[in-house]
Design a protein around this ligand. Structure first.
Ligand SMILES: *Cc1c(COP(=O)(O)O)cnc(C)c1O
Length: 408
């Protein structure tokens, strides 16, 4: 038997059935009109942001990275919880605007911004985190043509990366950001061109559960920001310190210690060099804020035995949950937290694999897990489905189409 990842706190059984915010998932599926279904809990997002704010220095603003979950009702919940939004495309700009979010609270990072995306962002007063010198030139030209002062920050490719991080986004040759040593010259050029100078964006990695590594990276980020600001010869209005806070997905994973990270950051903020004395700081997080609040529900369609192994075949699969199938940036496939939602209180009775309905051996949501005996009609729950689920999976594959989504 292979272990399952840890079920996040806050989920309980109600008459033996998994409940989200006190409502049985069978009722939620009925309300939504069927399966497969993503359910996101606004209450869980709220308490996550509250805990994070309580642990972090008051001076640190919290931004939501839209790519983790761009579902409109989720964006509307975050619009009342966080200070800013980070987007990575013109499509995400349209989504945040449709959710009623003021574009002045939005910053836009990401390589390969097309002219039309730069134009839409500049006209909406979005801050651009510039990924290259050439992108800076295009942004300045588009601003001049539109008669607007673009709000420009530089995304720095730092000369370090976040240790223990699932996806390294800094250190060495990268398509992201401008290499640190070329940043001061670009900053001086942007300021001389009359743009609104917005500072630095320094993102060193994602999905780390190592609190000391996160704190170390923040310290290195502050030191780098100070050095680059000195060399740029201008005060630094704003500095985005990146993110990297992970969530436990797999057996043995433990949560990050946000009080420790917050206490160390508070100490660093108390000892900032003069060049950062008036700088506004933020972090940008996606999965940490929304990942654990989401559950993916699929219905068992068939129960099969092959060579003595039990397969629970569901109406869902990797076309909605690529990450849980182990095919979204993972090296070794391990089981996400999962359960038979309609037998949530029942004891383990057998070893079974939960698979999807796609005709590929990659489509496995739980491998050789210890589960209660389940039959067609039962619901399966995959936890930690709030981030990089619906929008990060190939829903058109095999003509399956998207899952339903619902906010409670
Ligand atoms: C993906 C990304 C994030 C969000 O990462 P999470 O792991 O979801 O917190 C934040 N900033 C940038 C620049 C990113 O590319």
């Amino acid at each position: 038997m292979k272990p399952l990842g840890p079920i996040p706190p806050g989920f309980a059984a109600r008459d033996g059935v998994l409940a989200i915010d006190g409502v049985a998932v069978t009722d939620l599926v009925e309300r939504a009109g069927g399966t497969p279904l993503f359910v996101y809990s606004a209450g869980m997002m709220r308490s996550k942001v509250q805990q994070l704010r309580a642990a972090m220095p008051d001076r640190l603003a919290i931004h939501y990275a839209v790519k983790a979950n761009p579902y409109d009702p989720v964006l509307r919940v975050f619009s009342e919880l966080v200070d800013g939004f980070d987007i990575a495309s013109g499509g995400e700009l349209a989504l945040v605007r449709a959710a009623g979010i003021d574009p002045a609270r939005v910053s836009f990072a990401g390589p390969g911004k097309r002219d039309a995306e730069l134009d839409a962002a500049i006209c909406a007063r979005v801050t651009l985190n510039l990924e290259s010198e050439a992108e800076a030139d295009r942004a300045l030209a588009i601003g001049a043509r539109a008669g607007l002062t673009p709000r420009l920050a530089i995304r720095v490719n730092p000369d370090f990366d976040l240790k223990g991080s699932g996806m390294k986004m800094g250190g060495g040759a990268k398509p992201f950001g401008v290499d640190a040593e070329r940043v001061p010259a670009l900053a001086r050029r942007i300021i001389a061109a009359g743009a609104e100078w917005r500072g630095f964006h320094i993102f060193a990695g994602s999905q780390s559960l190592d609190s000391e590594a996160i704190a170390d990276t923040q310290a290195q980020t502050l030191a780098l920001a100070a050095r680059l600001a000195e060399d740029s010869g201008a005060a630094l209005p704003h500095c985005n310190l990146g993110g990297g806070f992970g969530i436990p997905y797999f057996p043995g994973d433990t949560p990050v210690d946000i009080s420790r990270i917050g206490a160390l950051l508070e100490e660093r903020f108390a000892a900032l060099p003069a060049v950062l004395a008036d700088t506004a700081f933020c972090i940008e997080l996606g999965r940490y804020l929304v990942g654990e609040s989401g559950v993916y529900l699929a219905r068992i369609v068939d129960r099969k035995i092959s060579h003595g192994e039990v397969f629970l075949v569901t109406d869902g699969g990797l076309h909605h949950q690529l990450a849980a199938s182990g095919n979204f940036g993972t090296v070794v496939r391990r089981n996400y937290p999962a359960a038979i939602a309609t037998r949530f209180a029942a004891p383990v009775a057998e070893e079974a694999s939960i698979v999807g309905c796609l005709c590929t051996p990659l489509d496995r949501l739980a491998d050789k897990a210890g589960l209660p005996h389940a039959e067609p009609g039962d619901l399966v729950a995959i936890f930690c489905a709030g981030a990089y689920g619906a929008s990060a999976s190939p829903s058109a594959f095999l003509g399956q189409g998207p899952a339903l989504e619902m906010l409670v």
